[in-house]
Design a protein around this ligand. Sequence first.
Ligand code: GLU
Length: 465
Amino acid sequence: MMIRTRFAPSPTGFLHIGGVRTALFSWAYARKHGGSFVLRIEDTDLERSTPESVQAILDGMHWVGLDYDEGPFYQTQRFDRYKEVIQQLLASGHAYYCYCSKEELDALRTEQEARGEKPRYDRRWRPEAGKTLPAVPEGIQPVVRFKTPLDGVVAWDDLVKGRIEIANGELDDLIIARPDGSPTYNFCVVVDDWDMNITHVIRGDDHVNNTPRQINILQALGAPLPHYAHLPMILNADGQKMSKRRDAVSVVDYAAQGILPEALLNYLARLGWGHGDDEFFNMTQFVEWFSLEAVSPSPSRFDREKFLWVNQQHMKAADNSRLAQLIAPQLAERGLNTAAPDLATVVALVKERARDLNELAQQCDYFYQRRQPTAEEVAKHFDDAARARILAFGQTLASLTEWNSEAIHALFKPFCAEQGIKMGQLGMPLRVAVCGSTQTPSVDAVLALIGREEVLKRIEESCAA
Ligand code: GLU
C-alpha cells in the first residue's frame, strides 16, 4: 500500500505551532514509508478564511521546510465535486432533504431543553419505510442531512489513542449541505480524504468527535476507511492550552524570536514523541526514527528553557555563513556596517554564547561599533589607573609586527609582569576599552578580529579622555 498523508489547515488566522507539529508528523510518516504528503487548504468557511492566512500557511510551511508532494488543493475549488457526491448520497438514500425552518428548530430545542433533554434534531424529515413525511413547505430552501445509522457503534483503532467507540445513538443526522447548496465542513473532509486516497489521517485530537461522523459518511459512500491517528494537544508551561494572548503560537513569532526552523521542528517532534533520551536531532534522523506507536496519547508541555537549549544546539551545528546571513539585516538596521571584520568569522567566535539569533546579533555588535559600557562595568574595571594602563598597553599593541590572536596573547604575560598586575586587571579594562563590554570571548581573539587600526582608535578614544 502506498502511504498517503495530508495536512489540512483552515486558513482562518496564522499558522499555529500545533498545526506545524501535526504537519510534521504527517510529513514524517509519509517520508518514512516512501509515501506522499498532501497539502490541502480547508477554506470552505468563506467568512473566516482569508488570502492572508493562506499565504501565512504557505510561507510557514516553506520556512520550516516541510515540503509537500501534492497541493496545495483548495476546497473552494472543489464545490462541484462535493455537490456531485451529495447527489450521489441523496440518490442512494443515505441523505435526505430537511425543510425545517430556523424557527421550527428553535422551538424544538426549547421544548427539549424544557424537558431536560439534550437538544438534537428529531429526524422529522428523515424518510423511513412506512413513515409519512410532512408536506414540503413553500419558499423554504432545504438543507441536506446525512442519514446516520440509528443503532450500532462506530469504532476505530486510533493509531495514537487506541480503540475508540462511539454509539451512533449519540450522533445527529448532520447537515452536509446548507440551504444554498454549499457543502459543510465534515462532508468536504470526507470527500477529499477519499478522492485524495489518504491512507492515514493524522490530525489534532480536537477532531476525535468528527471522526465517527466522517466514518459513517465514508461507509455510506462505499469508500475505504483511512487509519486515524489523533495527536494530543500542546500545552503551555502552566498546563493550559496554548493561546494567542498568552503564548507564542504563530510560526512567525518563532521566526521573530530568532529561532532556527530546524530547531522548532526538532523541539515540536519531541512534544508527544520520543526516541530514547535523544533531544537534539535533525529531520533525517527524525524520519528514520519516527513511528506513530511512539506518539504519546497525553498532552505535552512546552518547556521554553529546553526549547532554547535545542535552538542553541542547532545554532552551534549551523553553518556560520548561513547564521551571518540571517543576522546581517538586523545589524544593518542598527546602522552597523558588517563588511569588516567578516561576520561569519565573528559568528564562529561568539555563537556559543547565544541561544537565539537575536542574542547572536547582539553578541556581534561590538565588533563593528564599541558599546556604551554600563556604569557598573566602568566603576568596577575602568578607573583612571586602568585607563592609563590600557593606554600603555595600546602602545605595546601598536608595536606588533604581526596582528593575530597568538601575537596579541604573547604580550599579556610580560605586560602584566612589568606592571605588577594580575591578568584580569588587564583583560577586563581592555574589554571595556575596546568592546564597551566585559562579556566577550577570549580578548586576544576579539582584538585580532576587530583589527589593529580600529582597536588602537578605540583605545585612544575611550582611555585618553
Ligand atoms: N481543517 C482542520 C483544522 O484546521 C483539520 C481537519 C482535518 O485534519 O481533518 O483543524
